[in-house]
Ligand binder design. Structure first.
Ligand SMILES: C[S@@+](CC[C@H](N)C(=O)[O-])C[C@H]1O[C@@H](n2cnc3c(N)ncnc32)[C@H](O)[C@@H]1O
Length: 228
């Protein structure tokens, strides 16, 4: 079981989650290990034979997340949503806002790749990120895109959401839940400035990510939801 499935299953067990949505599934490395009774997978390019696993409680949609949310608006509310589709800020904004319309105050949302390794990893275009990295003599293919900006959007513009960014034992992922609506002092208070952030801006404002250990983030999320 990979780190994503481990985190999702820990949340699902404690929250008693009945329905799970994963946006961006690729080979099902996480999805197929998620232990939730009803599971929905969305990816325009699955790279495995979904028919082998499909049934009334495990459904696969080979379409983009935008199409899924527009064509299946009555698919109901999910207890956990894992956002791991196109790693470009504007798409993650749409995936998060659509997710909010398909979750409740008892839901948890996990967003992948919210802390890029370095300046190359934070480039918006994957091919260009790889080209520039290789040109600099680094053979790695690490790429996170500019998903990290979503944490600043949440911080400044979604005061009803609380979050922690898990930064150990696997990919950095931000765990988001419906909070108490405590006001936060905005860092940018400017949508355009957030959309134009660089990796260096992220370093300057790293505490905004609220880095946490996996168990701490999961505990805090579950305790907050139990208190609703
Ligand atoms: C990083 S992979 C997902 C990995 C998977 N969640 C896991 O844990 O193993 C990203 C996936 O997002 C998919 N994707 C790209 N654009 C998408 C979109 N607009 N909507 C949904 N999925 C998308 C890609 O086809 C790719 O399979």
């Amino acid at each position: 079981m990979n780190f994503s499935a481990r985190r999702i299953n820990a949340l699902a067990g404690r929250l008693g989650v009945e329905r799970y949505l994963e946006i961006g599934v690729r080979a099902g490395a996480t999805f197929l290990d998620v232990e939730v009774p009803e599971r929905v997978a969305v990816d325009p390019g699955f790279v495995f034979d979904t028919a082998v696993h499909a049934n009334a409680m495990t459904r696969f949609h080979a379409i983009t997340s935008d199409r899924y949310f527009s064509e299946f608006p009555k698919d109901g509310d999910f207890g956990i949503v894992f956002i791991d589709g196109l790693h470009v800020f504007e798409q993650v904004v749409r995936d998060l806002t659509n997710t909010l319309a398909h979750t409740t105050r008892r839901s948890a949302i996990l967003i992948d790749d919210t802390l890029p390794d370095d300046v190359y990893s934070a480039h918006r275009q994957q091919a260009e990120a790889h080209r520039l990295r290789h040109q600099a003599g680094d053979k790695s293919n690490a790429w996170h895109g500019d998903v990290f900006k979503i944490v600043f959007l949440i911080h400044d513009f979604f005061p009803f959401l609380d979050y922690r960014t898990i930064n150990e034992n696997g990919n950095p992922q931000t765990l988001v839940w419906y909070g108490k609506g405590t006001a936060r002092k905005p860092i940018y208070d400017d949508l355009e400035a957030i959309s134009r952030m660089t990796w260096f801006d992220l370093q300057r404002h790293l505490p905004v990510l609220r880095l946490a250990k996996e168990a701490e983030a999961i505990d805090e999320c579950c305790q907050a939801i139990a208190g609703h």
